[in-house]
Write a protein that binds this ligand. Structure first.
Ligand code: NAD
Ligand code: GLY
Length: 361
């Protein structure tokens, strides 16, 4: 069964198809392929698994595949790697109308999307996410970026794909640690705006960990439905979209502070979310019982609930580059209850530092 959701963005609206075996479904891709060739950006891990099946499907559509195979890893989400895509696009005479497909996790999706946004000022772009994290979050919504040594995802563009194909069958080969990292972003939707989904996750986490396809299909679709609603209401993060960054200000500091790729993005978001919950409790917004309930779900998902000891001062320095900073003032996503988040300036540096220290081991 294929579930289809739409991201309602007027003349840039696009579908998200979710189901098993979508990589070999030429009917879903064909309407988006009007050229004789497409570029498929992927990496050295995903290419041996899924490039050939996709190439065959594209061939059924009458389209030749030009693969661009990048090194794998968050540490390669850089200008230098991005430039490899431009080298390939120019070297093979790609045109503005050539379609670029990103086949892989969030790193490939973010870099492929940024390349598509920049090449000849914008070429058609399709997301085929192959990790849980990219299926529930990064492939939807049009945020594209590379990292900078001073801050994560600091150089990028908003650039929407024309189509998202989330093939649940690709999750069969995903390493355990990556599956768990993806769950951090799934839990996020429950925490910020969907308390019934949070309760569903408490009941169905084991099925997700066992990769039960019915449970995965529900979790991916419910996550994408939440994300699509937020993005349709606030594409460029003037307000509500910032809530999707629960745990990310602390999480990005962990990723940048430890060096990209040491902790996975989802792991850093998990620990960061618990710092945000701790701070929310210290402000008197969240009960200790609720913090414990959140803690338990992340723990059951096999995710870290404490952060690495970088020192609160170093955290604050790293967080000063956060994209939510306005007039030099840090704004954080905090929780009022499970299912209700706010962007707040209520916490000062002293209380933020105290919450960080309380959650560092
Ligand atoms: P990733 O892209 O590094 O993928 C994780 C690992 O799994 C990689 O080694 C990858 O090669 C491998 N892999 C991918 N698919 C596989 C499969 N089916 N089978 C086996 N291995 C597979 O990491 P990720 O968690 O997918 O994405 C994290 C990135 O996404 C971060 O850079 C983060 O900043 C970004 N992100 C972006 C957004 C957004 O809105 N654009 C949202 C959340 C996260
Ligand atoms: N992952 C955060 C966002 O898409 O806004």
């Amino acid at each position: 069964m294929i579930q289809t959701l739409n991201v309602e963005l007027g003349d840039r609206a696009y579908p998200i198809h979710i189901g098993c075996g979508l990589l070999s479904n030429s009917d879903l891709l064909a309407p988006y392929l009007r050229q004789k060739k497409v570029v498929v950006v992927t990496n050295t891990t995903v290419a041996p698994l899924y490039l050939e099946p996709l190439r065959k499907t594209l061939a059924v559509c009458g389209v030749a595949t030009l693969p661009v195979i990048l090194p794998d890893g968050e540490q390669f989400k850089t200008w230098e790697t991005l430039n490899l895509i431009f080298d390939a696009l120019l070297g093979t005479h790609c045109e503005r109308s050539t379609t670029l497909i990103a086949l892989g996790g969030g790193v490939i999706g973010d870099m492929g999307g940024f390349a598509a946004a920049c090449y000849q000022r914008g070429m058609p772009f399709i997301q085929i996410p192959t990790t849980l994290l990219s299926q529930v979050d990064s492939s939807v919504g049009g945020k594209t970026a590379i990292n900078h040594p001073l801050g994560k995802n600091m150089i990028g563009a908003f650039y929407q794909p024309r189509l998202v194909l989330a093939d649940l069958s690709t999750l069969d080969t995903l390493p355990e640690r990556e599956l768990k990292a993806g769950l951090a972003e799934v839990i996020k939707y429950g925490l910020i705006r969907d308390p019934a989904f949070f309760s569903w996750l408490e009941s169905n986490l084991d099925a997700l960990l066992q990769r039960d396809k019915t449970a995965l299909a529900y979790a991916v679709a419910r996550s994408c439905a939440n994300k699509a609603e937020v993005v349709a209401a606030d594409e460029r993060e003037a307000g509500e979209r910032a809530l999707l960054n629960l745990g990310h200000t602390f999480g990005h500091a962990i990723e940048t502070g430890l060096g990209y790729g040491v902790w996975l993005h989802g792991e850093a978001v998990a620990a960061g979310t618990l710092i945000a919950a701790e701070l929310s409790a210290r402000l008197g917004w969240l009960s200790r019982e609720t913090v414990e309930r959140i803690d338990q779900l992340f723990l059951r998902a096999g995710l870290p609930v404490t952060a690495p000891k970088l020192g609160a001062a170093r955290y604050l320095e790293l967080m000063s580059h956060d994209k939510k900073v306005q007039d030099g003032k840090l704004r954080l996503v905090l929780l009022e209850q499970i299912g209700r988040a706010v962007v707040s300036e209520a916490a000062d540096d002293v209380s933020i530092a105290a919450a960080i220290e309380a959650r560092c081991t």
